[in-house]
Every structure is written in structure tokens, then in C-alpha cells.
Design a protein. Structure first.
Length: 229
């Protein structure tokens, strides 16, 4: 790899905008009317620091800040669309039924990733996006006075300052050192029917650093732009 190509590649990665890969249930895809109540579930965020050697160090403070920032940013973005957001922290749930729905959502989300974005698909899912949490999802709607639920999961790494310097030095020598990256999974569930009406995976751009409110705003804007809200 030439030096100029390595430098260009590094700069492209660092400046890339957030990109999303979306799946929707076209049969049930109806944009909500003004005032629709959207349950914004506090995101599940796990962030680590990527060292020069490529090791990952867990950063609980980054994870907490990221979750808080994304939740606040999504609430603002939803309000801007004349919808009514309701912040919801799953860590404070005491209802056994609600807890089961949240666990089911995690399981369904994992299945969607495997079947919709993996190499193989179930024969019954060929050509259609047809996933559901079942009627049990109505518990969340009734308990928290909401019509829709927005679930967000974020997993990723951020390069340490030393790794950033190493990236520049390696690029100058014609080699690329991969930076940290953050992957986001988002889904929208109809709490009246339990159907997953929208699901997307996104790679956060360098300008969407969720450790800071302004970065979370950019990520939220990119997600809401492709969501049926």
C-alpha cells in the first residue's frame, strides 16, 4: 500500500459519516401521527478503549455517558417530529412481565441480526421482514403509556491518544492501523401488536462520538432520518 493511499484511507475512516443498513416491515410501515407516544428505552451501551497494542479496556464511564447522551438526543429528535417521547430505564423495571418482554426483545434482535444480515436465512423469512415480540409487548405499552418502543444497542471502541498518534505514524510509512469503531443496532416495535416494524444497523461516523452530547445528536439525527418516525 502506498503512503498516500494509507493516509487517504485513514482520513476516510476518521471522517466517515454514519451509515445505516435498514430492514422494514413494509406491510405495517405507517408513519405515526403527531402526538404518537414513543417509549425511548435507555440504550444498552458498552464502550472500550483500544490501546496501541490492540487491547480493549472496558470504560464504564464512557458507556454510561454514551447511554445518557443517546437517550437525550433521541428524545429531542423525536420531539422535533411532533411525537411524544417517554424515557424508560430498563434497569428500574420491577414487573416480571415487562422484564420478560425486554429479554424477548434481545433474543429477537439477535435473531434478526443472524437471519437478516447473516449468510443464511430461515425458509419462512425468505423475501419478507416478519418479526414480532408477540402480544406480550402490550404490557410495555399499557404500563408506560406508549404506542411504539425504540430500542438501541451500541457496542464499540475508541482509540486511545497513543493509538491515534500511532495511526498517523503508520500512515506516513504506508501502513494503516485500524481505528476504533462503534456499531449501533436499532429497532422500532409497535406496542399494540408486538411487531418489529423497523430495524437497522449503523456504523457511527467519526463525527458521532456519543461520549459527547453533540456527537450523540449527530448519531440520533442519522438514525431518525432512516426511521419511520
Amino acid at each position: 500500500m502506498s503512503k498516500s493511499l494509507a493516509v487517504a484511507l485513514t482520513m476516510l475512516i476518521l471522517s466517515a459519516c454514519t451509515t445505516a443498513n435498514t430492514r422494514v416491515n413494509k406491510l405495517d410501515l405507517v408513519r405515526p401521527v403527531a402526538g404518537t407516544r414513543v417509549l425511548v428505552v435507555r440504550p444498552s451501551v458498552r464502550l472500550t478503549m483500544l490501546t496501541v497494542a490492540g487491547n480493549r479496556e472496558a470504560k464504564g464511564d464512557w458507556s454510561r455517558e454514551g447511554a445518557d447522551n443517546i437517550a437525550a438526543a433521541l428524545s429531542r429528535a423525536i420531539s422535533d417530529r411532533d411525537l411524544s417521547p417517554r424515557l424508560f430505564d430498563p434497569n428500574r423495571v420491577v414487573s416480571a412481565q415487562a422484564i420478560q418482554v425486554l429479554k424477548l426483545n434481545q433474543a429477537v434482535g439477535s435473531s434478526i441480526l443472524d437471519q437478516e444480515y447473516g449468510l443464511t436465512r430461515l425458509a419462512t423469512k425468505q423475501g419478507r421482514f416478519d418479526w414480532s415480540l408477540g402480544e406480550g409487548a402490550q404490557v410495555l405499552g399499557a404500563t408506560y403509556d406508549a404506542d411504539l418502543a425504540l430500542f438501541i444497542t451500541c457496542r464499540g471502541t475508541y482509540s486511545s491518544d497513543a493509538r491515534k498518534l500511532a495511526m498517523v505514524a503508520m500512515a506516513a510509512m504506508g501502513q494503516a492501523l485500524p481505528p476504533g469503531h462503534q456499531t449501533v443496532f436499532a429497532s422500532l416495535v409497535d406496542l399494540h401488536t408486538g411487531k418489529v416494524v423497523w430495524f437497522t444497523t449503523a456504523l457511527a461516523g467519526f463525527d458521532a462520538d456519543i461520549r459527547h452530547p453533540e456527537g450523540a445528536d449527530r448519531l440520533a439525527a442519522a438514525l431518525i432520518k432512516v426511521a419511520p418516525l
